[in-house]
Design a protein around this ligand. Structure first.
Ligand SMILES: O=C(O)c1ccccc1N[C@@H]1O[C@H](COP(=O)(O)O)[C@@H](O)[C@H]1O
Length: 219
């Protein structure tokens, strides 16, 4: 089974190149002022153009209004929008209709009961992403480098496609792929040397760990 790999929070040519060379199918850019990974739409547009045809460019936003999304879509021209806030089902519909772009809707999970929020979005959002709930006091809804208990996902219908996110790194991706069956994985802090600073060596190490996990699975 194919596995999409999204490297998120990119800000430099070197990090984009490392993600593409490693085999990223998606590259993510963060539009959230409080994030150490925040980038402006014009710079994200420059970086995404360098990746054109090699990976899908994803704009990550948090409860963004139309004006903010208009600027991102016109200046960056993303292939997809990732909605990482509390966007309602009707807001997801509006965003899809306004921009004609596929939407990834993110859900924060800690326990089985948190899965109840997902159902109304199935068939509306193009992809579903599962991240950990932010730790108390964090200014960020994502990008906290925190994993959730993947066993929570054992309650899901096995045919549901999702992207696994939250605290992934080279050290735990093998275990994550043993415990879950995602259609994609998403990583940010786990390939950083400091908040917002991507590390080319850690990006390479992550792809090596993914390849090792996949070949162990195929054996
Ligand atoms: O990364 C951020 O700063 C961020 C800010 C606001 C919304 C989402 C953000 N990141 C997303 O969270 C996942 C998981 O991050 P991590 O691997 O646990 O650090 C990241 O890939 C982004 O999609």
């Amino acid at each position: 089974m194919s596995l999409d790999i999204k490297i998120c929070g990119l800000k430099t040519d070197e990090a984009v190149a490392a993600a593409l060379d490693g085999g990223a199918t998606h590259i993510g850019f963060i539009f959230f002022a409080k994030s150490p990974r925040n980038i402006n739409p014009a710079e994200a547009g420059r970086l995404r153009r360098a990746a054109a045809g090699r990976a899908k460019a994803v704009a990550v936003t948090v409860d963004a209004d139309d004006a903010a999304l208009d600027a991102i879509v016109s200046e960056m021209a993303p292939d997809m929008l990732q909605l990482h806030g509390h966007e309602s089902v009707s807001r997801v519909r509006q965003v899809k209709a306004r921009y004609g772009l596929p939407v990834i809707k993110v859900f924060s999970l800690r326990e089985r009961g948190d899965l109840a929020q997902i159902e109304p979005y199935i068939g509306i959002a193009d992809r579903l992403m599962f991240d950990a709930k932010a730790p108390a006091g964090s200014a960020l809804p994502g990008g906290n480098g925190v994993a959730f208990d993947w066993q929570v996902l054992s309650e899901l219908d096995g045919s549901l496609d999702y992207i696994l996110s939250g605290g992934l790194n080279a050290g735990n991706i093998g275990q994550a792929l043993q415990e879950t069956l995602p259609g994609g994985i998403d990583i940010s802090s786990g390939v950083e040397s400091a908040p917002g600073v991507k590390d080319v060596g850690l990006i390479k190490e992550f792809f090596r760990a993914v390849r090792a996990a996949k070949s162990a699975d195929a054996a």
